[in-house]
Design a protein. Structure first.
Length: 213
């Protein structure tokens, strides 16, 4: 990924926050030299030593899991908030529009989980994560026959993350007055995505200090 130094985000904690807030991921594997792209919800778990594992499942009818059998490294892309930035927010009108965004790329070699207990564990953990914010969380209490059929139809996987790439392009390259103009402009927008970009800018002290000159 093309990442100018100002936009390079290396902090694992920050990238994990983005991943957990935006768990619908894009998985990219290779099949006969051609990229194969899939979109799946992914949960991220970090152990006591700091190692991160991505966990998910897909239908057995989906051919992508067969790519995982080759031992190839795959890329998992998590898209954070993004929005259009108008040059009318800058001090000097002789500028051009741009786009602010945050993304995280995770790399690793997937390990297939094919046994029923392992798949069941992945489903339980996924339900716990995604139901945690619901007012009335749905309990994973399915009849055995129904659950057995579900488990047979899917395959699970874990991806121990070998490395991350992060790019947070959030006006760090602008002068202090322009940076503040972007903050004010985003505050006045009604859409949720602009609010999320604003919140992300305000949550990263290095962005503000880099423009405080």
């Amino acid at each position: 990924m093309y990442t100018p130094k100002l936009f390079d985000q290396k902090e694992t904690t920050t990238l994990l926050e983005l991943i957990k807030s935006n768990p619908f991921a894009t998985l990219v594997s290779m099949s006969e030299g051609v990229p194969f792209i899939n979109h799946l919800p992914i949960i991220a778990e970090q152990n006591s030593s700091g190692a991160v594992t991505l966990i998910g499942h897909m239908a057995r009818a989906n051919p992508q899991w067969r790519h995982f059998q080759s031992g190839q490294e795959i890329t998992v892309v998590f898209h954070g908030p993004h929005t259009y930035i108008t040059p009318s927010w800058y001090k000097d009108p002789m500028n051009v529009p741009t786009w602010s965004y945050a993304v995280a790329h995770a790399f690793g070699v997937p390990k297939l989980i094919e046994n029923a207990d392992g798949i069941d564990s992945i489903l339980k953990r996924s339900v716990q994560v995604f139901e945690s914010k619901e007012a009335k969380p749905w309990a994973y209490n399915l009849p055995s026959e129904f659950k057995d059929g579900l488990v047979r139809a899917i395959i699970g996987f874990e991806i121990p993350v070998s490395r991350f790439e992060g790019k947070f392009k959030l006006s760090q390259n602008r002068e202090a007055e322009d940076y503040k103009g972007v903050l004010e402009g985003l505050k006045n927008r009604p859409d949720e995505m602009s609010r999320q970009v604003l919140d992300l800018m305000l949550s990263l002290p290095e962005n503000n200090s880099a423009n405080d000159h």
